[in-house]
Design a protein around this ligand. Structure first.
Ligand code: PLP
Length: 395
């Protein structure tokens, strides 16, 4: 009657969504001011004015059938040119519009890319800690996820483990930096080492391992930290991007796939990307937001608001005695659980009104994730609860 795998996926909410729903229920019971919801990565910084201005201009056009009509399946030609021009101006990557495919956000960029690449028996490497939907997406594309652990000091991938994990069946690897959930930004040296491992394995096995760069947090970095453009480091790169976080419009579902000009068999891979988009029924990315994104392609987020939040939560929790990873990017703080089982720790935190996500779901047991894309005032109000939580372990 129905597909059991899909039933399982649909009938069990993710841990993150569970916490979010719990928070809403709890707020109705005890009052919203006593619940500190750090569960979701939903930006609290408003979209830049440019988004509204572009929307108003588009709505003022005399013939709006163009704005609301279908675009080419791969995206409007002018939009793809604007995206390619912006990538080239910033990273000198030599991308052409025929290597750009517009999508419904980074999630769609990933599912389309994975479906375009995956054949029976293929493996995709996930670097822990990772966005939990990666394993859902890889499995749904027919692939097998292979998890590589991280170095607990730097939060960079364990490169010795990566070398061992690469096999003749490895089709791709997903690299997410700035990282959700750790906030770590991988250094150029680390990325170059990853590229060397992939190139050496490709030569040894006679394959081309595709590096899928999942980059929704590219623009969310602090303190002049470098986020190297992976196409310039490794030829077989596919960038999966979205404006969900950088322009604070996750609900609008808009992003793109960019293939490296040096990608092996790039024309055929692009055709497979178009085929995967077609098979998955995407038709085209939202037409209005393709054009808004193109108009705002060089806008940057209000990083100062996130920096203020980061500085407050990081310094306050560290001072209380929590062991936190210093976040150089994204808007997440990854904290060592105060007991071995992070699920039990997250459950105890709920008693103090704190909604924090256990790391198991990110392939990092023993940690919790705090999303600080919330109001500064809420972080301030939550601090006594964090203190009471750590004190409860001292009794
Ligand atoms: N990749 C990572 C690492 C994410 O954190 C998210 C969303 O939180 C996504 C992909 C999906 O992004 P989008 O909402 O643009 O589909």
């Amino acid at each position: 009657m129905y597909n059991k795998t899909m039933y399982e996926l649909g009938s069990h909410r993710s841990v993150i969504r569970d916490l979010f729903e719990f928070g809403k229920k709890r707020a109705a019971e005890v009052g919203a001011d006593k619940v500190y919801d750090f569960s979701l990565g939903n930006p609290n910084v408003p979209a830049p004015d440019g988004v509204k201005e572009a929307a108003e201009k588009l709505f003022a056009l005399p013939d709006n059938t163009v704005v609301h009509g279908y675009t080419s399946a791969q995206g409007d030609a002018d939009v793809r040119k604007a995206v390619a021009d912006s990538i080239n101006a910033r990273f000198s990557a030599g991308v052409t519009p025929d290597l750009i495919y517009m999508t419904c956000g980074a999630a769609a960029s990933l599912t389309v890319t994975l479906n375009a690449l995956c054949e029976k028996g293929d493996e995709f490497i996930l670097l822990a800690p990772f966005f939990p939907e990666y394993s859902v997406f890889v499995k749904a594309a027919g692939g097998t996820p292979v998890v590589v652990p991280f170095d607990e000091k730097t939060f960079a991938p364990d490169l010795t483990a990566l070398e061992k994990a690469v096999t003749p069946h490895t089709k791709g690897i997903i690299v997410n930096s700035p990282n959700n959930p750790s906030g770590a930004v991988y250094s150029r040296k680390t990325l170059e080492k990853i590229a060397d491992i992939l190139s050496a394995a490709g030569e040894k096995f006679g394959t081309h391992i595709v590096l899928i760069a999942d980059e929704p947090y590219r623009e969310l970095v602090y303190d002049d930290i470098e986020v190297p453009y992976l196409m310039n480091i490794y030829p077989d790169t596919v960038v999966c991007y979205s404006w969900s976080k950088s322009l604070s419009m996750p609900g609008e579902r808009i992003g793109y796939i960019a293939l490296s000009p040096a990608l092996n068999e790039k024309e055929a891979v692009y055709a497979a990307v178009c085929g995967a988009g077609r098979a998955l029924g995407y038709v085209c990315a939202p037409a209005l937001f393709q054009r808004i994104a193109a108009a705002c392609v060089n806008e940057l987020p209000d990083i100062e608001a996130y920096r203020r939040n980061r500085d407050l939560i990081y310094s306050s929790l560290t001072e209380m005695g929590y062991d936190c990873v210093h976040p150089d990017g994204a808007f997440y703080l990854f904290v060592r659980s105060l007991e071995p089982d992070a699920n039990a720790f997250s459950d105890r935190a709920k008693n103090y009104g704190l909604l924090i996500v256990p790391g198991d779901t990110f392939g990092a047991p023993g940690y919790v994730r705090i999303s600080y894309c919330v109001s500064y005032e809420m972080i301030k109000r939550s601090l006594p609860a964090f203190r009471a939580l750590i004190d409860s372990y001292k009794k």
